[in-house]
Write a protein that binds this ligand. Structure first.
Ligand code: M6R
Length: 623
């Protein structure tokens, strides 16, 4: 949940940043602020110790502090942007934390689960704590260990052996200028490789302005970086190699590009995200191929059940997948929140394909569910947007979405890319298992290739939605209804509004309305209704039109998302928002876009920060 950056550079080296360590780290923190933004801090190694500046609140507060009280411009710096777990967001709880002698500085992402016992032990030994965090325990342990074994890598290994839980740690020591030591267990850390400079980051965005060459670390490893060397060892001391990879996007992809917010930019990136996710998926004969599919065809033919595990928006992508895959492949698909799956006793076997969907690839709930599924013998396929992240690395196969970096905390383009990847998976399985003829698969693929242009059309015609959103800034509650694939769209519309505008919002299956939720409807209640195509199964469309009438009869203000040419909805809609025609199964890619724009515009009208909503962090790396 926190963002971590480290930089060591030899001044004047070809790949070293022209700026000093604090400036490089601050720039990295700006790009990682989406991971947590309740406090931030930087530590540098100086000639006679470590110097720290840290401040509660957003990064801007730290910048103000650094302007007033700059750090020395050294070539060794670490920085942190925090999402609080242990201890509230105060100056004292902000990272870095130092040991009592002020010789070691530590930053941390994750939770040290046995921190209470360790803190009691240290207190008993006379250590005085200055914060409520679990991280400070590590700083004191590391300081003490270094006095015994004056080698930061070895000291880190010894300390990690005492820690339980999930953590990424970076440490610098006054006696080791030009060195940063990192460690990871169940929490992300990647190395950026430069010439005469090396970097560490929670993700590649931390150093993308300086290098696109990166090294992925494995589980339970310690990495030591100097300007000219990167050394990796396991917690047990065994030398290890990371996997080198090239980042296929550049710093400009992580900028706002003229949009007022990352959220607005990412909504407009969606046609590209879908197009890029579809790119290069067919062979010369037009047959669908998924390169990263490392599960054998025989295994895929033998599966008798698919279980999708994910959280939040990614789980709604999974719900869309259920309708498509069951329809195309006739395989039962269950969709389960990863944290619920993990802590019950799910029925999975060697013939179950578990599909883990995650933008970040670092969601701890999903990681734990992946491990659990594999322990039960299931094959796991990851649908993920982040190369080198934990979930694809720990899965049997990966299908990457190519949405580019998603910085805004609320997910938009990753959602559309996830749905697209799920369609590809469904069509691939249908082709492989013989549920569909090649020309049928090709027909759906052709429709899919039209979707980016259709999303562009939706985006070009949303002034009406923006105006409605601005006029609803005082609204206290909004309901969203949908059936079939419109149901997850309704839930996603509600989630976007909750996250961004802090408005009470609920998404319901329209058929469930009469079983309770309709009691919420009173005169003036805004209700969005996602209407399926009238060209699809007739009964479905007619049923939703009836649902619109039911809420309208009770005074609701109906905001209806319907296909172009669907005149049936007009008598019952206060507002009709049009989307282009496509097949019912593909329609979520279009229908959700007005709901994203509505939430973004309404939150903006309320003066809220749409990129960094309160209480949230982009990637939930604790359970
Ligand atoms: O990185 P992941 O896709 O695994 O994240 C899953 C959820 O935490 C994420 O979708 C969350 O619900 C977003 N804030 C939704 O906008």
């Amino acid at each position: 949940m926190c963002g971590i950056v480290g930089y060591v550079g030899r001044p004047g080296a070809p790949g070293a940043a022209a700026e000093g360590g604090p400036a490089v780290v601050l720039e990295g923190l700006r790009r990682l602020e989406y991971r947590g933004y309740d406090s931030a801090g930087i530590a540098v190694v100086t000639g006679d110790g470590v110097a720290v500046r840290k401040r509660a609140g957003k990064l801007a507060n730290l910048v103000e502090l650094l302007d007033a009280d700059p750090l020395p411009d050294t070539g060794t710096a670490i920085g942190h942007t925090r999402w609080a777990t242990h201890g509230g967001p105060t100056d004292a709880n902000a990272h870095p934390h130092v040991d009592a002698a002020g010789r070691v500085a530590v930053i941390h992402n994750g939770i040290v689960e046995n921190f209470a016992a360790l803190r009691a032990e240290l207190t008993e030994a006379g250590v005085e704590f200055t914060s409520e965090t679990d991280t400070e325990v590590v700083a004191h342990l590391l300081g003490a260990q270094y006095r015994l074994t004056p080698d930061l890598t070895e000291a880190m290994r010894a300390v990690c052996a005492r820690l339980e839980g999930a953590f990424t740690l970076l440490a610098v020591h006054a006696d080791a200028p030009g060195t940063i030591v990192g460690a990871r267990r169940n929490s992300p850390l990647v190395v950026g490789l430069g010439e005469g400079a090396n970097y560490l980051g929670s993700d590649v965005a931390a150093f993308i302005a300086h290098t696109r060459e990166a090294l992925e670390l494995g589980q339970d490893q310690v990495v030591t970086i100097t300007p000219d060397e990167v050394r990796v060892v396991g917690f047990d001391g065994t030398p290890a190699q990371g996997r080198r990879f090239h980042v296929d996007w550049d710093a400009s992809a992580a900028e706002k590009g003229g949009f007022p917010s990352f959220m607005a930019k990412e909504i407009h990136d969606q046609p590209q995200a879908i197009a890029d996710t579809l790119l290069g998926r067919t062979d010369a004969a037009g047959r669908l191929q998924l390169d990263e599919m490392k599960i054998t065809e025989a295994e895929l033919r033998s599966i008798d059940k698919i279980v999708v595990i994910a959280c939040g928006t990614a789980a709604y992508a999974g719900q869309v997948a259920k309708y498509a895959i069951e329809h195309w492949c006739r395989i039962p698909v269950e969709v389960e929140l990863a944290h619920e799956f993990r802590y019950r006793d799910p029925v999975v076997s060697e013939r179950t394909l578990v599909v883990a969907i995650s933008q970040s690839g670092e969601t701890m709930d999903t990681i734990m569910a992946v491990r659990h599924a594999r322990e039960q013998g299931a094959k796991v396929l990851a649908i993920c947007n982040t190369n080198g992240s934990t979930i694809p690395r720990e899965s049997d196969a990966a299908l990457y979405t190519h949405a580019g970096p998603e910085i805004a905390v609320a997910s938009t383009k990753a959602f559309l890319a996830q749905i697209t990847a799920c369609y590809l998976l469904g069509l691939y399985l249908a082709q492989l298992r013989g549920n569909k003829f090649a020309d049928e698969v090709a027909e759906v693929l052709a429709q899919l290739h039209e979707v980016p242009g259709q999303v562009r059309q939706v985006l070009d015609g949303l002034e009406q939605v923006r105006e409605i959103a601005r006029s609803m800034a005082d609204t206290r509650s909004v309901l969203f209804l949908g059936r079939h694939v419109g149901y997850p769209v309704a839930m996603e519309g509600a989630l976007k509004l909750k996250e961004l505008a802090y408005i009470h919002a609920e998404g319901f299956a329209a058929g469930e309305l009469k079983h309770g939720p309709i009691a919420l409807v009173e005169p003036g209640q805004p209700v969005f209704v996602v209407v399926p195509s009238p060209r699809g199964r007739d009964s479905l469309h007619a049923k939703v039109v009836s649902n619109i009438q039911e809420v309208r009869a009770r005074g609701a203000r109906t905001l209806v998302i319907a296909e172009q040419g669907d005149t049936d909805v007009e008598p019952y809609a206060d507002v009709v928002i049009r989307v282009p025609r496509t097949s019912t199964l593909l329609s979520p890619l279009l229908a959700v876009v007005p709901l994203q724009v509505f939430a973004c515009e309404l939150a903006t009208a309320k003066g809220l920060d749409v990129d960094q909503p309160r209480n949230l962090a982009k990637s939930v790396t604790v359970e």
